[in-house]
Design a protein around this ligand. Structure first.
Ligand SMILES: [Zn+2]
Length: 680
């Protein structure tokens, strides 16, 4: 089972935009019903906007928080489940998306067939491991199984290295082969090195888990082999880059020529490795963590072959655990689900099958999803809103007072080159070369991986495609890729109450629009200022820009410092500054864009509220969340986002909000015009 964790900043996954709840017909009544009219908007805008919701919604048992994102994840998950099950029940023509999706799911669900086959579907690969007899054959096996399912965020647990085919850090025109560290069954390097009793206990349990898996595969001397495997992984872990280095993108940018590997990382038979990996002709690589490549390569020739073979047997079985007999899947869950993640109960097979189908055939499921839930008209509506947001941002960037003129030119170039995808990709992945066979769960997974790998390697021979989607449309998600210079907002995210293509524009701009504009801001702020318009790694702010940005944000930090959600605990303005500046910019840009969208007309009144009022109301509603006090304390200690009510309070800095709601100096949220902050 692959262990997922954040590994780098090249890709910044952002959590779903939180807007207002209660699905349908946002435009007509939902927002106004959730208002608490006993509260004066100028005193407590968050409770005014969300009072009804806050009174009626409860945190589900066993959870610490509940918000719109949770609601949407639930709803979208059910829709995806329905679509996949329908595909499995139907008889679609061979080769269609529905056939592949349906057969993949059905094969995963067919536990009797899986049980009956035992480990025989892995026989061929186990034999290949058994045949390893020297460094060259070991290197060839490692190269032949190089994992291409990594993306800079996903650690690959079952393969020593991962390949991420993406544009170069310095050359945006073509894709390069980025080589990433991997091979650890525990979550990270620290898990192997931490001497605390808790970490020692987890390692003991991991070793017992390795032994149990080997035993289930009837591999002899399972106990001593488990000890050997843990020892090998500990040495791999020592070679891994520390987390701080692994997260520093400048330390990831290490161009190696093909010839460098032999000199810089002796041990592996690199010729055999790259030939088996299918990249023998590749002249250049980007090695993200050189210490791992050097260290692991030394281990390839320095460690006993039989230990490597045991390591590979274990990780092979682990990798396919979900589609192997019950005993293996149960053992896998006992360690990864219960011991590492604290889950008491194994999720039902159906959930696992849905997740596996999404993982293997993400865009095939995405096609079925968008055909039903995100028509082309919705995409066109979202694109029009994005165009207004970009137009609004262009004006704001042009007028920034703290940014130097030379830097402004670069910012505007970056904005012009920006690619924002909404809903679903313009071009879908062509799955015609991928054969999905009902009844062959292991084979389906293996073929899906081979398909993805050849698809990734093929990118090395084509110009880089900045419009490629890295998330699936049916996810409730957005992603910023600084390299390339793109942002993507899924169909799963762009649905009511965040965005209603048939609904009220004021609400759409105030909610989804503000969310998208927030993310756009990150491409220009302290997160994005190390990537240029082409997504190349280079700092484009001057030292003076940085100094004047810091000065411009100091006033906001001071404003945030005064928020104290608990009698003994206040917000740290510095900790949440970058995100709060993006919240404020998101609000301002979305408001400008809303005005642009009106093209001089005045908006209609709905539910007694003007367009301006609905815009700000939707903004306040997008942050609504219920959470326990423990969750709030955790958030204040570690999160770089404000608690929800204060995110909503960004409106205090916007003049138009005062006008829309008639907020005056006696109101609690009132700020004098001089105290209002504007950064972007
Ligand atoms: Zn953010």
């Amino acid at each position: 089972m692959p262990v997922l964790r954040r590994a780098a900043l090249t890709l910044v996954f952002v959590s779903a935009i939180v807007l207002h709840a209660n699905g349908a017909n946002v435009a007509h009544d939902a927002d106004t019903q959730e208002i608490d009219r006993s509260i004066k908007p100028g005193d407590d805008f968050y409770t005014y906007a969300n009072g009804g919701w806050l009174k009626t919604v409860a945190i589900p048992a066993g959870q610490a928080t509940y918000d719109t994102r949770a609601l949407l994840t639930e709803r979208t998950g059910q829709r995806v489940r329905d679509l996949i099950q329908e595909a499995a029940a139907g008889h679609s023509a061979t080769g269609t998306a529905a056939q592949k999706v349906g057969d993949y799911f059905a094969s995963f669900m067919d536990v009797n067939a899986i049980e009956a086959k035992g480990l025989t579907p892995l026989a061929e690969e186990l034999a290949a491991i058994a045949a390893i007899h020297n460094t060259t054959s070991l290197s060839a096996y490692l190269g032949g199984t190089l994992n291409s399912e990594v993306d800079g965020l996903t650690a690959n647990a079952d393969h020593i290295f991962g390949a991420f085919v993406n544009q170069g850090f310095e050359d945006s025109r073509r894709c390069l082969f980025h080589l990433l560290q991997g091979g650890l069954g525990l979550p990270d390097r620290e898990a192997y090195l931490d001497p605390s009793p808790k970490a020692v206990a987890v390692r003991e349990k991991y070793q017992a888990h390795i032994a149990a898996i080997l035993k289930l595969a009837a591999i002899p001397a399972s106990e001593s082999r488990a000890a050997d495997i843990l020892s090998l992984e500990s040495r791999i872990a020592r070679a891994h880059a520390p987390d701080a280095d692994a997260a520093d993108v400048f330390k990831q940018n290490n161009p190696w020529k093909r010839a460098d590997f032999g000199a810089k990382a002796p041990g592996m038979d690199w010729r055999a490795y790259f030939e088996a990996a299918g990249v023998a002709a590749q002249p250049e690589f980007v090695v993200w963590q050189p210490s791992a490549v050097t260290g692991v390569s030394a281990l390839v020739s320095g460690e006993r072959i039989d230990v490597w073979k045991a390591y590979l047997q274990f990780h092979l079985i682990e990798h396919y655990a979900a589609v192997l007999p019950r005993a293996v899947a149960a053992e896998d869950f006992a360690f990864y689900g219960t011991i590492l993640s604290g889950q008491a109960q194994m999720p039902d097979r159906n959930s696992g099958a849905v997740a596996a189908t999404n993982a293997a055939l993400g865009q095939a499921v995405g096609q079925l999803y968008t055909q039903r839930h995100f028509p082309a008209a919705a995409k066109a509506k979202a694109q029009a809103m994005v165009a207004d947001l970009i137009a609004a941002y262009r004006v704001r960037l042009s007028h920034l007072s703290w940014m130097s003129p030379a830097t402004k030119t670069k910012a505007l170039a970056k904005l012009a080159a920006f690619r924002i995808g909404v809903g679903y990709p313009d071009a879908w992945i062509d799955y015609s070369a991928l054969r999905i066979v009902r009844g062959d769960a292991v084979g389906n997974l293996r073929r899906a991986e081979v398909f993805n790998r050849s698809r990734n390697l093929a990118k090395l021979r084509q110009p880089a495609d900045p419009d490629e989607w890295r998330i699936d449309p049916q996810m409730v998600a957005a992603v910023i890729l600084f390299s390339p210079n793109t942002e993507t907002f899924s169909a799963g995210l762009l649905q009511p109450p965040y965005f209603d293509s048939d609904g009220d524009a004021a609400s759409n701009y105030g909610s989804a629009g503000a969310g998208i504009a927030h993310e756009i801001t990150h491409s220009f702020d302290e997160l994005g200022n190390i990537y240029d318009d082409q997504g190349r790694l280079r700092r484009w702010w001057s030292a003076d820009d940085l100094a004047s940005y810091r000065a411009a944000t100091a006033k906001l930090a001071a404003q945030l410092d005064r928020y104290c959600p608990l009698p003994d605990l206040c917000v740290s303005g510095q900790q949440v500054l970058t995100e709060s500046a993006a919240d404020l910019a998101g609000l301002q840009v979305a408001h400008d864009a809303y005005v642009i969208s009106l093209k001089g007309r005045s908006d209609v009144v709905i539910g007694g509220l003007s367009g301006e009022q609905r815009f700000f109301l939707a903004f306040a509603q997008r942050w609504r969340r219920k959470q326990t006090e423990a969750a709030l304390r955790r958030q204040l200690a570690t999160d770089n986002h404000l608690p929800p009510q204060y995110r909503s309070d960004a409106v205090r800095n916007v003049d138009a909000w005062y006008t829309a709601y008639g907020v005056a100096s006696a109101d609690k949220l009132f700020l004098t015009p001089e105290a209002r902050v504007s950064i972007w």
